[in-house]
Design a protein around this ligand. Structure first.
Ligand code: HEC
Length: 105
């Protein structure tokens, strides 16, 4: 019985206790193809950019700017120092999906 209970939860996101919704899943894929080579979202490993695990749980981003949708969106659209801009690569709804995904990590 216990096995069945645990198996049913295998898809659940650790933080939310539920599976990712469609937008968050889309964000996860976009993150994997655009961001993962420089950022880890789900491990403590720092690669080229700062670790983004729990980035929205903190009050401030690594740069010291407030950790909110608006600020993160701005970083994604225009880049920041050695972080490239994605404004030409990702449209608004794709950026929103990535933000939704980051909130689940
Ligand atoms: C080529 C490597 C690279 C890629 C690709 C990249 N980043 Fe970054 N990112 C960086 C670096 C380096 C920084 C640190 C910038 C600084 O403040 O000097 C950073 C910073 C950030 C920050 C923190 C900004 C702040 O104000 O502290 C966020 C959030 C972020 N990246 C999200 C993303 C997301 C989401 C993607 C995918 C769309 C992405 N990054 C793709 C290298 C990258």
């Amino acid at each position: 019985m216990a096995v069945a209970v645990f198996c049913g939860c295998s898809d659940n996101n650790k933080k939310l206790g539920r599976p990712l919704n469609a937008q968050e899943k889309r964000g996860e894929k976009l993150f994997a193809s655009n961001c993962k080579k420089c950022h880890a979202a789900d491990s403590g490993l720092a690669t080229q950019g700062p670790n983004l695990e729990g980035v929205f749980d903190k009050k401030f981003l690594p740069s010291g700017a407030p950790a909110n949708d608006e600020r993160v969106k701005n970083v994604l659209q225009y880049g920041r120092r050695s972080m490239p801009a994605f404004g030409q690569v990702l449209d608004d709804s794709q950026i929103d999906s990535i933000i939704a995904y980051l909130k689940t990590q």
